[in-house]
Write a protein that binds this ligand. Structure first.
Ligand code: ZN
Length: 539
């Protein structure tokens, strides 16, 4: 028993009287070894005991079993005349804070779980680890943690993030050299950010997106700092301009896809149109299931990029650890598994015909059976009857909607992305598509050349070419690109810095993703304060 403090330092100064296991719970009875105690108010030592009581403190589990410490506490008389206290209770500072019902080590573990996972998932994990705790208690423990002292970053990344999409936005400030969040602000107003910058003098470089508010904040809050526009946002704005341009040339997109003249794309095939309702429904269900898998794949990769461990990821996404491993090893989202058929159902070949007759209004089942027998159906009539029973139950006033036409014309957004990518990174059919597009519409060939030149400046940091590029765009007469160039000219020094310096907001984006994930793990009900605390504590 005397070895206790060696294994469990928080038992320092205590004597363990008894240790017993009752109904799967470990009970430890302990009391202070010292005969005297010091008054917390005046510091004077006292040995006169007034009374005794027992404090119950939950400790870290032992061998998977919950532990309850029954701490025998003495209340002493304080005999100092001037002391306002007449009595005081002895404390066990290494074991637990005053009034605390959890030991210090247990509180520490719960705080870590709370910071990593948030209230509700944290409470679930704690329960699974034999440390049952309510969501509210976890949040209270997070609130009790001291926040790291902010240090002024030399290179600051500024970006906004949607606290509630379309409703409320905040601002995230990242130290791009230390790779950590320095502050999360409650809005994205220029004054708020400018005020923060004034309170933290010393920022030398500010990497920001192209929103006016942050440009103004940097100008007024840190006029000495070099502003750098985020390269990712630059490319994004270019892609948006290209998309608008391509939408204007919608016909060229179709011609290049080899679908000139047919306005509606190819006609739906017979088998698609003749799908019976429950088969269509099963198909929709399969598609939804696959979409879910793609989303999981993207979440898992985003979480890994944000620096979460595989275990955290498994818990946040709600999948098993092996699934996380499997998805991380995939280079692209999982492909859709086609339903495999082991053999044709006996009626399958005749279903389109039956459906057609049914839609025409024929309800005479025995006649329909005769008709398909004439076509070679060799099985019983009951199969046909069951087919119509299902059909009637599913769609009483049956009319099968035609399947949407399949189209091979890529979207304007997709083509816009192709235009800024490295040609080497494209598949050969994508390169051929772009060639056909340019042949059909010379303006798009010009737009392609300009996009590649701009993307080249972004990739190779050759900002000295920017002025020439702006002149080329003006000469091209392509309205959407001229508009993009006008925006660049308004912001030219920061854009040129972005195309020359190494700093970029890519990292800030990563931190924004992490923030979003923290928010999602709190089911979107997080108060701003908790989001902010967890963001700073996990940075
Ligand atoms: Zn006293």
């Amino acid at each position: 028993m005397l070895k206790f403090p060696v294994l469990f330092p928080h038992f320092a100064g205590l004597r363990v009287e008894r240790l017993l296991v009752l109904d799967g719970v470990v009970h430890i009875e302990a009391h202070q070894r010292a005969a005297t105690a010091h008054c917390p108010t005046c510091g004077r030592r006292s040995r006169r005991v007034h009374s005794r009581y027992t404090r119950q403190i939950t400790d870290e589990p032992l061998g998977g079993r919950p532990v309850v410490i029954h701490l025998r506490v003495r209340r002493f008389f304080c005999r100092a005349r001037a002391c306002p206290k007449q009595t005081f209770a002895e404390q066990a500072p290494a074991l637990a804070d005053r009034y605390a019902r959890r030991s210090t080590p247990l509180s520490g573990t719960l705080q870590q779980i709370g910071v990593a996972l948030g209230g509700r998932p944290g409470a679930r994990l704690s329960a699974a680890l034999h440390r049952p705790v309510s969501r509210m208690t976890l949040l209270r423990l997070i609130r009790a943690l001291p926040l790291p002292a902010p240090a002024t970053p030399r290179v600051l990344g500024v970006d906004d993030w949607a606290y509630r999409k379309g409703h409320r936005y905040g601002t995230i400030l990242v130290d791009l050299e230390q790779h950590r969040v320095v502050e999360v602000l409650d809005d994205r107003q220029a004054e708020t950010v400018a005020q923060w910058l004034q309170e933290q003098p010393g920022v030398e470089i500010i990497s920001r997106d192209r929103a006016r508010a942050y440009a103004e904040a940097a100008r007024t809050g840190a006029p000495q700092a070099v502003q750098v526009v985020d390269r990712w946002h630059l490319l994004k704005n270019l892609v948006e301009a290209l998309e608008r341009c391509l939408l204007r040339h919608g016909k060229a997109l179709k011609v290049a896809a080899g679908q000139a003249g047919t306005d509606d794309g190819p006609l739906p095939s017979y088998s698609d149109a003749a799908r019976v309702p429950w088969q269509q429904r099963a198909e929709v269900a399969r598609q939804q299931k696959h979409a879910g898998k793609v989303e999981q794949y993207e979440q898992i990769h985003a979480l890994q990029a944000a620096g979460f461990t595989k275990l955290d990821i498994a818990d946040l996404v709600g999948v098993s650890r092996p699934t996380v491993d499997r998805y991380l090893n995939l280079e692209a989202p999982p492909e859709r598994r086609r339903p495999h058929r082991t053999g044709l159902r006996v009626l399958e070949a005749f279903e389109p015909y039956l459906l057609q007759r049914w839609t025409q209004g024929c309800r005479n089942r025995s006649r329909l059976v005769r008709e398909i027998r004439a076509q070679g159906y060799q099985h019983g009539a009951s199969t046909v009857v069951r087919f119509f029973q299902r059909l009637e139950r599913d769609q009483p006033g049956l009319s099968v909607p035609p399947a949407p036409p399949k189209t091979n014309v890529p979207s304007a957004r997709h083509v816009a992305c192709l235009l800024v990518q490295r040609p080497d990174d494209l598949a050969s059919e994508e390169r051929e598509y772009l060639t056909r597009l340019g042949e059909h519409e010379p303006a798009l060939a010009t737009a392609y050349g300009l996009s590649q030149a701009f993307a080249g400046m972004v990739r190779e940091r050759t900002g000295q070419r920017l002025t020439d590029w702006l002149a080329d765009v003006a000469a091209s007469g392509i309205g959407e690109l001229v508009g993009f160039a006008r925006g660049v000219r308004d912001d030219q020094a920061p854009v040129e810095a972005a195309l020359t310096l190494e700093w970029s907001n890519g990292q800030t984006e990563g931190q924004v993703n992490k923030l979003k994930l923290l928010k999602r793990s709190m089911y979107g009900r997080a108060s701003f304060e908790f989001l902010w605390r967890r963001c700073l504590l996990t940075a």
